[in-house]
Design a protein around this ligand. Structure first.
Ligand code: SF4
Length: 238
């Protein structure tokens, strides 16, 4: 049975469209780094349905869940668009495996950050290269660090603007939008995975745990970021 779109996510989706449209006109080009999580499904729908001029890419670290690849295929079929996939540099990956082994990231925070750098951060740099601004699906609720952000900031780590159209969405609103529009989503979300990354570094959370508790669970909470969202930011627009 169809579900009527709830006014809150629909008006927030309008605001997200307007923000992206304004920023696209302002910069001329935007690129969306698609994480393939629940927020990404919402942003993909907004961008591929209404703002096809925004370029989209995702990073295949080589360690993703099969469910994530299935979602890539579903999105491409639904919108009849090809998702640009950026891969780690093959030689850097071979050097990484030679130095720390294939699962060396469990050994220390430094080893884990090195793996994230090779498999995520460097491909991300290639994905955004040449663009004046990038789009991300982060929300304030996701972590204490993200709570302090603004919807448009100067991203000093990468020398371009960072646009977060879903910053003030709640998790409930994300799911209301997904259900109302019957969007495909990663089936791991139905198995207590609120946040999905690489398979060896993501697990289901237990009742009462924070939504980030399943990411790099063996580390202390303050180190649990992959490096794509550095902590120092300069807000230019709320
Ligand atoms: S999340 Fe884990 S497997 Fe993926 S890049 Fe980071 S350390 Fe490597």
């Amino acid at each position: 049975m169809g579900e009527l779109p709830s006014p809150a996510p629909e008006s927030k989706a309008d605001a997200a469209r307007r923000l992206l449209d304004t920023e696209l006109r302002r910069h001329g080009r935007l690129v969306y780094s698609n994480s393939l999580g629940a927020e990404a499904v919402v942003l993909t729908d907004i961008i591929w349905s209404h703002l096809p001029g925004i370029d989209v890419f995702t990073i295949d670290t080589g360690r993703l869940y099969e469910e994530t690849y299935q979602l890539m295929e579903q999105l491409q079929r639904r919108y009849q668009r090809r998702l640009r996939v950026v891969y780690p540099d093959a030689q850097a990956l071979e050097r990484l495996a030679a130095a720390q082994g294939v699962n060396g990231f469990y050994a220390s925070v430094e080893a884990r950050l090195l793996c994230c750098r090779v498999r995520k951060v460097e491909p991300f740099r290639r994905g955004i290269a040449g663009y004046p601004a990038w789009v991300t699906g982060v929300r304030r609720e996701q972590s204490a660090d993200r709570a302090a952000g603004a919807s448009v900031v100067w991203d000093a780590a990468y020398d371009l603007y960072k646009i977060s159209p879903l910053l003030d969405w709640s998790e409930t609103e994300v799911w209301q939008y997904i259900r109302a529009h019957r969007l495909p989503y990663n089936l791991l979300h139905d198995r207590q995975f609120p946040s999905i990354g690489c398979s060896p570094c993501t697990r289901a959370i237990q009742p009462g745990e924070s939504r980030r508790a399943g990411r790099w669970w063996w580390e202390r909470p303050e180190s649990r970021e992959c490096g794509l969202h550095p902590r120092a930011r300069v807000a230019v627009n709320a």
